[in-house]
Design a protein around this ligand. Structure first.
Ligand SMILES: Nc1ncnc2c1ncn2[C@@H]1O[C@H](COP(=O)(O)OP(=O)(O)OP(=O)(O)O)[C@@H](O)[C@H]1O
Length: 355
């Protein structure tokens, strides 16, 4: 079992042993505004984590704190057991960081820049040449090594920034909005590159674009107004929100008869009945509680009542719906967290702080 921050591993601390990053009650205050508000989560080894949130949610601020670029107002960050404030060098050694604006120098060639970055990272001189060659191969920029950075395309500039992050082979790679400004082809290429990195590294990437995150990440953390509002796998985020699923029906019957018939059915969270465009029929939207599937029950109910069902459709919740619901109204997420044990997992998934 791998030790935790150089301390002896203990079997009953299994989860802690593999927590590569632990963030506890992190807050960053700018004047009276809170960019990050009491944020807690853990990151485990060997996964690709997506940090998702609308503009201004606090993603960059959190990443800058994790990487030691800015200090939190309160709270604690442990990187592989090293406190980022008490042992910054040991903590930063575990992390390769590509900030939102790649820290590249336009007047240097790719090779010169990587050599400069290797120096900053205090990589021993005798290891530098081979490592620079290696990270250029990993990011597929070897053919560009003598080109001035200012003459590179945005995609290659991003790869150069990524190569810089990989110098020293850190266990954790943090990428802030790595696809911003790239064209669709470059996005696909960088996505593949990140997927490849995820095989050997723990990767955290931030984005405000859901499709980018869901295409690459094993685990999604949704942040809104500086709070973590959900943390789970993409599938679980959708599955565990199934309580918001709805059934839409068109039934040939009077509104009062439909309401009476539905009155005795358990598992209905809410129900809307209104006149349909179909003659002598009503459109019904039934919201189910806790993901209950009422399709068969309603089919037999209306058949017994001699009310023909002209249409029945289940509207599936998408990851987009989850994202919008949680980021439009983060308080709704917290409420759900307390309401049902099933939804609780949404907030206490692998990346979320175990209580
Ligand atoms: N140095 C600063 N001084 C004052 N306010 C700041 C500072 N940096 C960030 N903020 C504010 O903190 C909040 C969070 O910003 P942050 O950049 O972390 O969000 P983000 O999720 O990364 O957004 P984006 O995707 O737009 O970069 C925003 O309201 C921002 O205006």
């Amino acid at each position: 079992m791998r030790g935790y921050g150089g301390k002896p591993a203990r079997a009953n601390l299994w989860m802690e042993v593999f927590a590569l990053i632990e963030v506890k009650n992190l807050t960053k205050q700018y004047g009276i505004a809170k960019a990050v508000d009491n944020l807690s989560f853990t990151v485990e080894q060997g996964q690709i984590y997506g940090f998702l949130g609308p503009n201004g949610a606090g993603k960059s601020t959190t990443m800058n704190i994790l990487t030691g670029y800015i200090a939190p107002s309160t709270g604690e960050v442990l990187i592989n057991g090293h406190n980022i404030l008490d042992e910054p060098e040991a903590a930063r050694k575990c992390i390769g960081y590509l900030p939102e604006i790649p820290p590249v120098y336009p007047e240097m060639t790719v090779e010169e820049y990587l050599s400069f970055a290797a120096g900053l990272k205090k990589i021993p001189k005798k290891e530098q040449e081979e490592m620079i060659y290696d990270v250029m191969e990993m990011t597929d920029i070897t053919t560009m090594k003598r080109r001035l950075i200012r003459n590179l395309s945005k995609g290659y500039r991003q790869r150069t920034g990524l190569a810089q992050a990989l110098l020293g082979y850190p266990e954790i790679i943090i990428l802030d909005e790595p696809m911003v400004g790239l064209d669709p082809k470059q996005i696909i290429e960088i996505r593949e590159l990140i997927r490849g990195l995820g095989k050997k590294h723990t990767v955290i990437l931030s984005s405000h674009i859901l499709s980018e995150i869901s295409a690459i990440c094993d685990h999604i953390m949704i942040i809104s107004h500086g709070n973590l509002v959900a943390s789970d796998t993409p599938d679980n985020l959708v599955h565990l929100m199934k309580g918001s699923e709805a059934l839409e029906l068109t039934v040939e019957a009077k509104e009062t008869d439909i309401r009476r018939a539905l009155g005795g059915i358990e598992g209905i969270h809410s129900c809307e009945v209104k006149p349909s465009d179909e003659e002598d029929a009503c459109d019904i939207t039934v919201k189910t509680a806790g993901g209950t599937d009422l399709r068969r029950k309603l089919f037999y109910l209306f058949a017994e009542q001699k009310m023909p069902v002209l249409r029945m459709q289940q509207t599936r919740i998408s990851l987009e719906d989850v994202f919008l619901e949680l980021t439009d109204n983060p308080a709704a997420g917290v409420q759900q967290k307390e309401e049902t044990p099933k939804k609780k997992r949404l907030f206490a998934g692998k990346g979320a702080k175990k209580e």
